[in-house]
Design a protein around this ligand. Structure first.
Ligand code: ASP
Length: 424
C-alpha cells in the first residue's frame, strides 16, 4: 500500500481535482491511502471564522462562512452533473454544523474551538474528492481520520498516540482494502479518546501522510506538489536552481533545520524510523521522477544546497564588568531569550562577546537591548542575510558573497554559514 498526499494547491479548483483523478488513473489497481488538505486557502479563511466567532461578530462570521460555502459549491457544481449526489448533503451538513457553533457561547479554550472549526476544511475537501473519484469510476471510499489518528488533548498541536493509532488503523483501515483500492482521508486532523477533534499544527497534512505510512508499514509516501521536486535553493533568491534527485532523510532534516521550506522534520522522523521512502513529485508532470528521500546518504554531496534567510538582525552582548562570557552568562542569556520566545538562527562567542542572529520580523531590537541592559552592553546590526550552504566549496561561497560584506562565518565539513550585508 502507498500513501499519497495532495495539498491545498492540488485541490484548489475543479481542474485541480480532475487532475488528481487523472494521476490516480496511473496507479490503477494499487492500494492507496489518499490524504487531502483543505481546498486552496480554506484553512486561512476558517481561522478568520474562528476569530469572528471569538469576537462574537455575527456579520463577519456569516460573510466568511457564505464565501466558503460559495467556493465549495462552485467546485462541486463544476465537478458533479447531478445536484442530488449524497456529497451535497454531507457538505450542507458540515456548513450547518459550522453555523450552529456560533449560537453557542465561545468556549474558554480557544484551541479547542479552533480545532472543531478549522478541521472542517479537510472534511469538506475529502468528501468532495472521494465522491468525485467514485463518480469517475475509481474504486474509492471516504474514511474518517478522526476515527484513526488518536492524539492527546493538546488542541492545535495534538501529540499522536502511536500505539493506539496503529491499532485503530489495523482494525478499521486495512480491512477496508478488501473492498476498495483507494481510501480518501483528511490531513491535519485527529481525535482525543473522548472523540473530540484535534489538529496537528498548521501544514500538518504531510505529517498525517507520515503517520498513516508508519502505522500501516506502507511501501512509500508521495507528496504531490506544484514543483518538480525538492530544489537546491528557493527560486525566489536564486537563479538556475537544480532539482535534487535523491537525498537522505538526514539531509532532508538538516535542510529543513537551516530553514529550507521542504518537508517538516516531524513528517520525516516516522518514515526514517521505518525506512519508508518519501517521494516529492509534481502534480503537473506526474510522469517525471521528482525527488526521493530515503535512507541512503550516497547522493547527498552531489548537489550543493543554498538556504537563504533574509532580514536578519545580529545582536552582540558584552558583559558590562568586562568578565568573560562563560557558562553562567550563557545560561542567563538563553533564559532571557527563551522567555521572549526568541528563535536563534545562529550564534557565536568569543572571550567577551556573545552574538546571536534573529529574524527581524519576530523581534523588536530595542526590546532586546532593554531586556539585557542591566548586565550587558548590547549592539545590533540590521538588514542582514544569512546563507547556509550544504556541501559547499569555494566556488559556491564566491557565488553567494559577490558584492557582499561578510560579518560572520562558520564552517564545518559539510556546511558553511555566512552572515552578510550588501556592499554599500
Ligand atoms: N490545511 C492545513 C493547513 O493549511 C494543513 C495542511 O494543508 O497541511 O495548514
Amino acid at each position: 500500500m502507498k500513501v499519497f498526499k495532495f495539498g491545498g494547491a492540488s485541490v484548489k479548483d475543479p481542474a485541480a481535482v480532475r487532475n488528481v483523478s487523472g494521476i490516480l488513473s496511473l496507479y490503477e489497481g494499487e492500494k492507496l491511502v489518499i490524504v487531502v488538505s483543505a481546498m486552496g486557502k480554506t484553512t486561512n479563511k476558517l481561522e478568520e471564522v474562528v476569530k469572528a466567532s471569538q469576537n462574537r461578530d455575527r456579520k463577519m462570521f456569516m460573510a466568511l462562512v457564505d464565501d466558503l460555502y460559495a467556493f465549495h459549491m462552485h467546485i462541486m457544481g463544476e465537478l458533479f452533473q447531478e445536484k442530488h449526489y449524497a456529497v451535497y448533503n454531507k457538505v450542507e451538513e458540515i456548513f450547518e454544523k459550522l453555523k450552529e457553533r456560533f449560537s453557542e457561547p465561545f468556549p474558554d479554550n480557544f484551541s479547542f474551538e479552533y480545532d472543531q472549526i478549522v478541521s472542517l476544511g479537510e472534511l469538506l475537501s475529502s468528501h468532495i474528492v472521494a465522491a468525485f473519484l467514485f463518480e469517475q469510476g475509481h474504486s474509492a471510499a471516504w474514511v474518517d481520520a478522526r476515527k484513526l489518528i488518536r492524539t492527546n488533548h493538546q488542541y492545535q498541536e495534538g501529540n499522536v498516540d502511536w500505539k493506539k493509532t496503529e491499532e485503530l488503523m489495523n482494525e478499521r483501515l486495512l480491512p477496508e482494502f478488501q473492498k476498495v483500492d483507494i481510501q480518501v482521508t483528511q490531513g491535519f486532523i485527529g481525535h482525543t479518546d473522548e472523540g473530540f477533534t484535534t489538529t496537528l499544527g498548521r501544514e500538518g497534512s504531510d505529517y498525517t501522510a507520515g503517520i498513516f505510512a508508519y502505522c500501516t508499514n506502507a511501501e512509500s509516501v508521495t507528496i504531490w506538489k506544484d514543483v518538480p521536486g525538492m530544489l537546491n535553493a528557493d527560486p525566489k533568491w536564486f537563479d538556475n536552481t537544480i532539482k535534487l534527485d535523491s537525498i537522505s532523510f538526514k539531509e532532508a532534516i538538516e535542510l529543513s533545520y537551516y530553514g529550507a521550506s521542504v518537508i517538516h522534520p516531524k513528517t520525516i522522523k516516522p518514515l526514517q524510523n521505518k525506512g519508508i521512502p518519501l517521494y516529492v513529485k509534481s502534480f503537473i508532470d506526474p510522469h517525471a521522477d521528482g525527488t526521493a528521500i530515503q535512507s541512503s546518504m550516497e547522493n547527498d554531496h552531489l548537489v550543493p544546497s543554498f538556504i537563504f534567510k533574509m532580514d536578519q538582525v545580529l545582536f552582540s552582548f558584552t558583559t558590562r564588568d568586562f568578565s568573560f562570557i562563560v557558562e553562567e552568562n550563557l545560561s542567563d542569556i538563553f533564559d532571557r531569550l527563551a522567555n521572549v520566545n526568541a528563535k536563534i538562527n545562529l550564534m557565536q562567542n568569543s572571550a567577551l562577546n556573545f552574538s546571536i542572529l534573529l529574524d527581524r520580523s519576530k523581534v523588536d531590537p530595542l526590546k532586546i537591548v532593554e531586556l539585557f541592559n542591566d548586565t550587558y552592553e548590547v549592539r545590533y546590526n540590521e538588514g542582514l542575510e544569512l546563507v547556509t550552504i550544504r556541501h559547499y566549496d569555494q566556488a559556491t561561497i564566491d557565488r553567494v558573497t559577490e558584492n557582499k560584506d561578510i560579518l560572520l562565518q562558520q564552517k564545518s565539513r559539510q556546511t558553511a554559514r555566512l552572515v552578510m550585508k550588501d556592499k554599500g
